[in-house]
Design a binder for this molecule. Structure first.
Ligand SMILES: *Cc1c(COP(=O)(O)O)cnc(C)c1O
Ligand SMILES: [Zn+2]
Length: 500
């Protein structure tokens, strides 16, 4: 819809203009720094940064009910810059002029209700939000749209040039970073560091297809992360991991979309996300806190973070009930089917600690929980989901296993409604499904396939006496008839079809 076709009273709010005073704020010493250049850690205390709008309070001049209308009407706008996550411009980088914004079709991902069979299996109604339906097939595109729009802004307005965008990745960060970098024609090159053998063939193909320099490193993600951290401290590169606070801003749009999808009534919701490097849960917490602060939502949903037993540092941290006794200890990860979250030393941990404290102060101790699930539970849950109409990846399976455990353990009461993050598309993690179906999991995974969840193709192979089509040798009509009759009969036998 064109701007002049919207209701008159909405028109002044529809197209945002640059506003606000954005700064980096240190999550440790609270030091503040200007955003004229890319900064990842506090120059004083080395802690990770958050982005803050010093003029945030100005947004309260508009009542929550009006903000709801603004975001809803903007969803109908055809302005290119507002087609994706920047319809929430004021909340996620409003100093940015619209012509710096890059939109490759991220956001607006479907919220799909679970069928009755799954609702019974879990114990409460729930929905999957399919963030695998983003352009590079994972949620990472939300934060990447924001980080690359900011880079574009620096290039256009601050004379930045010859940018090398670099990241470490469990697979999806590199796919997203390489995609957005390849779109920016003004002198942005991209390089990605992957743990050798620890990303799926689909994920490896993505940055290669986008033309990025792909470098494989021995070890796991945590090792790659140390290397890009070293590079970003000593060389001129743009770090695109979620350590880069601009990634968090864009990722907040996930929370905004959930609020919008539920008509801004989110108090009864339980939002379930997997935790790896903890950028996502940081953004989800911060997103809902911002909506609450502006009166756009009246109450906060419960947030559940889920980790695998094989990569569970955040779970272990919160196991200690007394805050002053909690101590963060990185863990050495073991092989996990939730490979995108197989991280033992999450970079965003200081952000999480701060935000969880804030969130619990406003919504109660129970409002944020961290659970762990087994590899077996993750696989079984993913397959259950996908046998019931979903397109969940293993991390989405982790969410499903987590909410089921929470309901069965009475951590979550049965009058709640859950929203699970299917963080990537099922196809990216097809290798784990294949391992399950063919019973080829290496013992370290500790997954034993359940017969009823396995599946395999059946090959019909006609005997010598029946002519079969082959490469470059078409059958004559009589032979073809024999082939069709034989094969159709075999298929009918396999399916137990009745003659009509
Ligand atoms: C990155 C990723 C995660 C983990 O998210 P964090 O922000 O690192 O906690 C989970 N699932 C998928 C598919 C991912 O790509
Ligand atoms: Zn600091």
């Amino acid at each position: 819809m064109k701007t002049e076709q919207f209701p008159l009273e909405m028109q002044p709010y529809l197209v945002p203009t640059p506003s606000g005073k954005y700064i980096y704020e240190c999550s440790g010493c609270k030091g503040e720094y200007g955003i004229e250049k890319l900064l990842y850690t506090c120059p004083e205390c080395k802690s990770v940064l958050m982005i803050k709008d010093r003029e945030w309070e100005r947004l309260k001049a508009i009542p929550g009910s009006m903000w709801r209308k603004i975001f809803d009407y903007r969803s109908m706008s055809t302005l290119p810059a507002l087609r994706g996550i920047y319809r929430y411009h004021e909340l996620i980088g409003s100093m940015m002029p619209l012509d710096s914004i890059i939109c490759l079709g991220e956001g607006h991902t479907p919220v799909v209700a679970a069928n009755q069979r799954l609702v019974q299996w879990v114990g409460i109604p729930f929905h999957y939000k399919n963030d695998g339906q983003n352009p590079s097939a994972s949620f990472k595109d939300r934060g990447m749209a924001s980080a690359f729009s900011y880079l574009n802004y620096l290039i256009r307005n601050r004379g930045m040039s010859d940018v090398l965008a670099i990241c470490a990745s469990t697979g999806d960060t590199s796919a997203a970073a390489a995609l957005y970098a390849s779109y920016l024609v003004d002198g942005v090159k991209s390089a990605v560091l992957l743990p050798h053998g620890k990303v799926t063939p689909q994920q490896l193909g993505q940055p290669l297809g986008s033309g990025a320099k792909v470098i494989e490193i021995p070890g796991v993600f945590d090792d790659c992360m140390k290397i890009v951290e070293y590079l970003s401290e000593n060389f001129s590169v743009a770090l695109m991991n979620s350590k880069n606070a601009w990634r968090i801003l864009g990722q907040e749009s996930y929370s905004y979309e959930i609020a919008q999808a539920f008509d801004y009534e989110v108090g009864n919701l339980v939002v379930v996300v997997p935790i790896g490097n903890a950028g996502n849960i940081t953004a989800v917490l911060q997103g809902f806190l911002k909506l609450f602060d502006l009166g756009i939502i009246a109450s906060l949903p419960t947030i559940i973070g889920v980790q695998s037993e094989h990569a569970n540092p955040v779970y272990l941290y919160y196991l200690e009930a007394q805050p002053q006794k909690r101590q963060f200890r990185p863990v050495t990860v073991r092989p996990s089917v939730a490979q995108a979250a197989m991280i033992g030393n999450p970079v965003s941990m200081p952000r999480v600690v701060k935000l969880v404290e804030q969130y619990r102060e406003l919504a109660g101790e129970d409002a944020v929980q961290v659970l762990e699930v087994s590899e077996q539970e993750i696989m079984d849950a993913m397959l259950m989901a996908n046998r019931n109409g979903h397109i969940s990846c293993t991390q989405g399976g982790e969410c499903l296993a987590g909410i089921r455990k929470a309901v069965q353990g009475k951590i979550i009461s049965d009058d709640r409604i859950a929203v699970l993050d299917a963080t990537a598309h099922a196809l990216k993690f097809a290798v784990f499904q294949e391992k399950y179906f063919s019973d080829r999991f290496e013992p370290e995974f500790e997954v034993v396939p359940k017969k009823e969840l396995q599946n395999a193709p059946v090959l019909v192979s006609p005997p010598e006496s029946v002519p079969s089509p082959g490469q470059g040798k078409p059958l004559d009509p009589e032979e073809f008839k024999t082939f069709v009759e034989y094969t159709a009969k075999s298929v009918a036998d396999l399916l137990g079809l009745k003659i009509r």
